[in-house]
Design a protein around this ligand. Structure first.
Ligand code: SF4
Length: 430
């Protein structure tokens, strides 16, 4: 009899959302979660293969599961997520102790391991089984997969092509979440502005935001990750016009050199990307914009890298997520390009971007000091409440405040990674 499950998750918010969904299914079937693998009857490892480090962590967990299964042969084991491709022959040979290999959102095989009779949860997205929120902010996937095929990325092969959820189903889920205390949702997609193009009436992300804005108990709406070519003026106008939608953009560029962007098959030039940022700031001058950069991509010259640094100086992002390129099996770059930038050069470039980003972030954040910012209190860490501004800045509070409350905070201090301040509205204090 399977009664306890252990669910381990690594990777992006989409993986976290998948795990929350699976946990909701397990809970609905009467299973109980445990945070001790050795106490579980079923172990699910939800994996990521975007970086080697994430795969290494999964291999380490798989080693521990192998020992456990030797001691307890009835233990059921599932490997889920982006490490699982269309073909599983190789994985089956390497990990014979795994019972089921499941691609992202392919929950059926995992549920099939549970012998107890359970109701039909129905469909890929289990329309009527919603993840149980842990706090006032929740992630809601709205479009799965990606059609872009950037050369370095495994996502389209593992998560498949773009597939949008019906608009009314998303509204129902968010309404459910608000009844259970959620006040902010982050709409998720690998390229979130692709939402809706594959649905019968072709609603866009702006239409979805309008529909969600009508939910009374919902205070704030975020969305990520953005892709410049899918981000239409119509969507940007909706973001600017709708009071509940946060002026907060995660807009990866990856490189500042056209030849590298071309080689990555990103589908836009540096000038097109810059024009998109200009358009965002024209509509929302105070918008928070973060980006992603890969350094040391195959063929990246010193000049290419300098072009990236100049772009960061020019566009001044609120935050830069930077990673050194590492070839990922299964990608176009892995098959066709030589990983020819030496490791020490990659490390130097990574360090330089980190330094640059820290200086620029600090300068931007200092501009917040003295201002009043709307914050949703998301939780308490080390006895300090924390939340985010409408532009996505992390803020720590000096005094207790009620989790889930929307408060105005006067910013007193700024560091490169977060702000600190005090609540102006005493009604929100505990
Ligand atoms: S847009 Fe490119 S990097 Fe992003 S998920 Fe799609 S293929 Fe990967």
């Amino acid at each position: 009899m399977i009664s306890k499950y252990y669910l381990w998750t690594v990777g992006c918010q989409m993986n976290k959302a998948d795990s929350d969904k699976l946990a909701a299914g397990f809970d609905r079937m009467g299973l109980k979660a445990t945070d001790r693998m050795e106490r579980a009857d079923i172990v699910v490892l939800n994996t990521c293969s975007v970086r080697q480090h994430a795969e290494d962590r999964a291999y380490s967990k798989l080693g521990r599961v192998r020992e456990l299964k030797a001691e307890k042969p009835a233990l059921k084991v599932a490997l889920m997520g982006c490490m699982v491709g269309l073909k599983t022959d190789d994985l089956e040979k390497r990990f014979p102790h795994v019972d089921v290999f499941a691609r992202p959102q392919q929950f059926d095989g995992i549920l099939g391991l549970i012998e107890s009779p359970h109701e039909d949860l129905g469909g890929e997205f289990w329309p009527s089984t919603y993840a149980i929120p842990e706090g006032p902010a929740a992630y809601v996937p709205v479009v799965h997969g990606c059609n872009k095929f950037c050369t370095y990325c495994i996502v389209p092969y593992r998560r498949g092509r773009e597939k949008s959820r019906p608009l009314d189903e998303i509204v129902r889920e968010v309404a459910y979440l608000t009844v259970h205390g959620v006040r902010e949702v982050t709409l998720l997609g690998q390229t979130v502005e692709a939402y809706g193009h594959d649905l019968p009436d072709q609603p866009d992300l702006g239409d979805l935001m309008r529909a969600l804005s009508a939910l009374e108990k919902l205070h704030r709406i975020r969305f990520l990750t953005s892709y410049p070519k899918d981000m239409t003026h119509r969507i940007l106008e909706a973001v600017a016009e709708l009071p509940k939608v946060m002026e907060c953009f995660s807009l990866p560029i990856q490189a500042g050199s056209d030849s590298v962007l071309d080689s990555m098959r990103r589908g836009y030039s540096r000038a097109e990307y810059t024009a998109k940022v200009t358009e965002v700031r024209g509509l929302m001058p105070d918008a928070g914009i973060t980006t992603d950069i890969i350094v040391g991509y195959p063929g990246e010259t010193d000049e290419d890298f300098e072009a990236t640094c100049h772009l960061l100086e020019e566009l001044r992002f609120d935050k830069v997520h930077v990673a050194a390129y590492s070839p990922r099996p299964g990608t176009i770059a892995f098959r066709k390009m030589e990983d020819d930038v030496p490791a020490n050069v990659k490390a130097d470039r990574l360090h330089r971007v980190e330094e640059l980003e820290e200086r620029i972030s600090q300068e931007i954040n200092l501009g917040y000091v003295g201002s009043s910012q709307q914050i949703l209190i998301e939780g308490v860490r080390k006895e300090q409440p924390f939340g985010r501004t409408r532009t996505g800045k992390l803020v720590h509070l000096d005094a207790p405040a009620r989790v889930g409350s929307l408060v105005d905070v006067r910013i007193a201090h700024a560091g490169p990674f977060s702000l600190r301040g005090a609540v102006e509205d005493s009604l929100a204090l505990v």
